[in-house]
Design a protein. Structure first.
Length: 247
C-alpha cells in the first residue's frame, strides 16, 4: 500500500506535480536574479570606479549570469512539461478564461527567455570580455558600451514584463473574477489583439527601434524606478483587459 502510494509520483499527476514544483523553484531563481541585476547590481556598478567595476563584472556578474540564463532555460523546459502533464490544459482550455490568462503569461515568459539568450547574454559576453581584457592591460573594446546598452534595454524590459507575467501565470486560479464562466469569441479576439499590440510595442522598444533620445526609450529604461512603475501600470492594464472578456 505504501509502495503503491510512493509510486504514484511516477503517474501523470505525479509528473504534473513535479513539473509545477520545478517550474516555481527555477522561476523564483530566474526572476530573483533579474531583480538583483536591475535593482542592486546596476545602481551599485554606477557608483564604482572603473577598475572595481571591471573586477566585479569578471568575478560576480559572470557567475550570476550562468545561473540566470540556465534558470531561464529550466523555467521554460519545466513549463513545457507542465503543459504536457497537466490534464487541465488539454482540449479547449486555451479558449477558456483560464487558458487566455495562462497563454497571455506564456507569451511574456517566452519573450523574456528569448531576451535572455539572444540579447542579454550575447551582449554581456562582450562586456565581460572587455572587462577582463582591460584588467589584463589591453585596450578597451569600443563596442562594449553599445553592447551594455542593448543588454540593459532587454533586461529592463524583462523586468517590466515580469509582473504582468506573474499576474497571469501565478494568479490565474486566484483572480477575483468568475473565471469558470464562458467567454465570447469576439471578446477573446479583442483581448488578444490589444495584448499582442502592447507586447509588440514594448519589445520593439526594448530592441532599440524606438530610439534612445530623451522622451523615447530612456524615459522607461534608464531608471529602475521607471521600470517598476511601468510594470505595475502594465499589470493593472492586464487585469482590466482580462476583466473585460469576463463581463
Amino acid at each position: 500500500m505504501v509502495l503503491g502510494s510512493a509510486l504514484d509520483i511516477f503517474s501523470r499527476s505525479g509528473f504534473s506535480y513535479l513539473s509545477r514544483w520545478s517550474h516555481v523553484f527555477v522561476g523564483i531563481t530566474w526572476i530573483g536574479l533579474l531583480y538583483f541585476f536591475n535593482f542592486v547590481q546596476v545602481p551599485a556598478y554606477a557608483e564604482m570606479e572603473p577598475a572595481a567595476r571591471n573586477n566585479a563584472l569578471d568575478k560576480l556578474t559572470y557567475r550570476a549570469l550562468w545561473w540566470f540564463r540556465w534558470a531561464a532555460a529550466a523555467t521554460l523546459v519545466s513549463g513545457i512539461l507542465l503543459l504536457i502533464f497537466q490534464e487541465q490544459y488539454e482540449g479547449d482550455f486555451i479558449r477558456s478564461p483560464g487558458g487566455v490568462a495562462i497563454y497571455a503569461g506564456i507569451l511574456l515568459a517566452v519573450t523574456m527567455f528569448l531576451n535572455v539568450w539572444l540579447i542579454i547574454w550575447p551582449n554581456q559576453k562582450i562586456v565581460i570580455a572587455n572587462a577582463r581584457n582591460v584588467q589584463a592591460g589591453g585596450e578597451a573594446d569600443p563596442n562594449a558600451a553599445a553592447a551594455a546598452r542593448k543588454s540593459a534595454l532587454a533586461s529592463r524590459q524583462n523586468t517590466i514584463f515580469s509582473l504582468p507575467m506573474l499576474v497571469f501565470m501565478v494568479g490565474t486560479s486566484h483572480f477575483p473574477y468568475d473565471v469558470g464562466i464562458d467567454t465570447s469569441g469576439s471578446k477573446r479576439t479583442v483581448f488578444w489583439i490589444i495584448w499582442i499590440v502592447i507586447w509588440g510595442l514594448f519589445e520593439l522598444n526594448a530592441l532599440g527601434f524606438a530610439g534612445t533620445k530623451p522622451g523615447g526609450t530612456r524615459v522607461i529604461y534608464d531608471t529602475h524606478r521607471n521600470a517598476i512603475i511601468t510594470s505595475f501600470v502594465y499589470s493593472a492594464v492586464a487585469l482590466v483587459l482580462y476583466a473585460y472578456i469576463l463581463t
